[in-house]
Design a protein around this ligand. Structure first.
Ligand code: HEM
Length: 509
């Protein structure tokens, strides 16, 4: 029966493929040939980053591959700026793939194409996050307690892997910010959050992309199918729990976190012509949880690794912290007076580019990009990883500034985009170069679909890093042997991570 279904599916899929090719106005973007049905999927599953770079060199900044029977236009270089920023509206769709559907049936921010509802969902999330940024002093206090506890646990003699501790701390901080509550690591809510986060990472990785064309494989008993099922059940339970718990304990005079702010908005909209349904509330809640944890914790993991190889950079960070903060607890206000630390964070986000292709976009109308015709409904990947290591822009501060201002950018300097160099984001006076001069740095994406949690992530990273560096000097497990933090050797899943490593710490006087 299973075999018959499979062959039945192949015949239908093949007929559709032929039909599409004969009837549609074709995308004129060039690209490598793939196999029937699976396209180039078998090639990119193994190590997509170097392969996409190879194709860029062959076909140019805009080329087409085929993944799971869909054309995917891959964009590199400054064309990314056109896709994400200058013609943002035209590219602000999301492909309606099967895996996206399990998040909340497209009734959420992350997976929904840009329409009036999506705009409204983003507004609701922003309102909540903004209130947190300005109003919730208590949250800052509890988050800092959580970070301090984590940093306290680093006080060990033996070498240790800092990641798990940081990951759990970031997860708890996300829950504090969103729900206004600090959870015990053994609390069911906390354990479920961590499980959903880890399962979704596996489900949305490139090696589960085949489920988009073979959705029935989600239901057959095999390893990925099992994870998929667990992820779906976990997500449903978690979002249900978040909304139920928020409503049950809500006190309008004492907003505890972002979900309270969203619930308040829901109450306000009751009996209006724009109500906020529980389904959407759940979708937004789940988005904010799953997007917040692994991104921020993997970023912290790489940041510590760079310090181990660059004692001089670590020394500059220590000095800035000593001068600007001293021994008191770091605060958000300190960021303004700490350009070197900010440059270090920007360079770290550039260097690893943790979400290498952003999240897939889709064209909302027929478009022309670099002279090629791309029909409405085509999937588009913006290769931020490649952009952030593109020698045309990241070889020197001058090149970055010039290209960001739209001036010529094709001179060849010595290649150093693979060198970790916070100074590239500082001017001659040691101040952070203005945002409009680093437009091609887009670790959070840009334009209409820019990351909703950018500010929250940057604040968390700043507070975490300054608290750790205030207390310790970070050293490699074996003197003179820092871990391999080269992104080209990173582990590629939904996010790009470096491999695990151990550190030693020395308490600072
Ligand atoms: C270092 C941490 C983070 C990085 C590097 C990061 C990066 C990104 C990127 C590249 C995108 C895709 C943009 C696009 O589709 O073009 C994105 C989207 C998103 N991020 Fe983040 N993110 C981080 C942290 C967070 C946090 C803390 C939250 C929530 C509190 C969050 C919530 C979201 C949401 C909801 C979207 C979807 C936006 C949309 O589809 O309109 N992210 N992020």
């Amino acid at each position: 029966m299973l075999t018959e279904c499979f062959f039945g599916f192949l015949v239908i899929a093949f007929t559709k493929w032929i039909y599409d090719r004969l009837t549609q106005k074709r995308c004129t973007v060039p690209g490598p040939y793939g196999l029937p049905l699976i396209g180039n999927m078998h090639q990119i599953i193994k190590s997509p980053l170097p392969l996409l770079e190879k194709w860029r060199k062959t076909y140019g900044d805009v080329y087409k591959i085929n993944v799971a029977m869909s054309d995917v236009v891959v964009v590199h270089g400054e064309a990314i700026y056109e896709v994400l920023v200058t013609k943002s509206d035209d590219y602000a769709g999301r492909p309606p793939n099967e895996r996206f559907g399990i998040v909340n049936d497209y009734q959420d921010i992350l997976t929904r194409s840009a329409d009036a509802q999506w705009k409204d969902y983003r507004k609701i999330a922003h309102q909540g996050l903004r209130q947190y940024g300005t109003g919730f002093d208590r949250i800052e206090q509890i988050s800092m307690d959580e970070i301090q506890d984590c940093v306290e646990r680093f006080d060990r003699e033996d070498p240790f892997d800092p990641y798990e501790d940081m990951y759990l701390t970031v997860a708890n901080i996300a829950l504090i910010v969103l729900m206004g509550e600090r959870f015990d690591k053994n609390d069911d809510m906390f354990k479920l959050t961590v499980k959903v986060d880890r399962d979704s990472l596996r489900v949305f990785g490139i090696n589960c992309a085949y489920m988009d064309i073979l959705p029935w494989t989600m239901n057959i008993p095999h390893e990925s199918g099992r994870i998929f099922k667990e992820a779906r059940v976990g997500m449903n339970t978690l979002k249900e729990l978040c909304v139920k718990k928020t409503k049950k304990t809500f006190d309008g005079d004492n907003l505890r976190g972002v979900f309270d702010a969203i619930f308040k908005e829901q109450e306000k909209r009751k009996n209006t012509d724009q109500p906020l349904s529980d389904t959407v509330f759940k979708g937004i809640s789940l988005n904010l949880i799953i997007a917040a944890i692994v991104t921020t914790s993997t970023a912290l993991k790489s940041m510590i690794a760079y310090l181990l190889d660059y004692p001089d950079i670590q020394e500059k960070l220590h000095k800035e912290i000593d001068d600007a903060i001293g021994e008191r607890i770091p605060t958000l206000e300190d960021r303004k007076r700490m350009p070197y630390t900010e440059a270090f964070i920007l360079e770290s986000l550039r260097f690893m580019s943790h979400i290498p292709f952003a999240i897939p976009h889709e064209t909302m109308v027929d478009v022309t990009l670099n002279g090629y015709y791309i029909p409405k409904g085509t999937q588009v990947w913006t290769n931020l990883y490649s952009l952030h290591h593109d020698e045309r822009y990241f070889k020197s501060r001058e090149a970055l500034t010039r290209s960001s201002m739209g001036l010529h950018h094709d001179e060849r300097y010595f290649p150093d985009p693979w060198t970790f160099k916070p100074d590239r984001f500082l001017d001659d006076a040691g101040e952070l170069i203005p945002t409009d001069q680093r437009k091609l740095l887009m670790p959070f994406g840009a334009g209409r679909r820019v990351c909703v949690g950018e500010q929250m992530a940057r604040v968390r990273i700043f507070l975490f890093m300054t608290t750790m560096l205030q207390r310790y000097e970070f050293l490699p497990e074996k003197p003179g042997c820092p871990p391999n933090y080269d992104p080209r050797d990173g582990v590629m899943g939904t996010v790009l991570k470096m491999k695990d490593y151990k550190i030693r710490v020395k308490k600072r006087d």
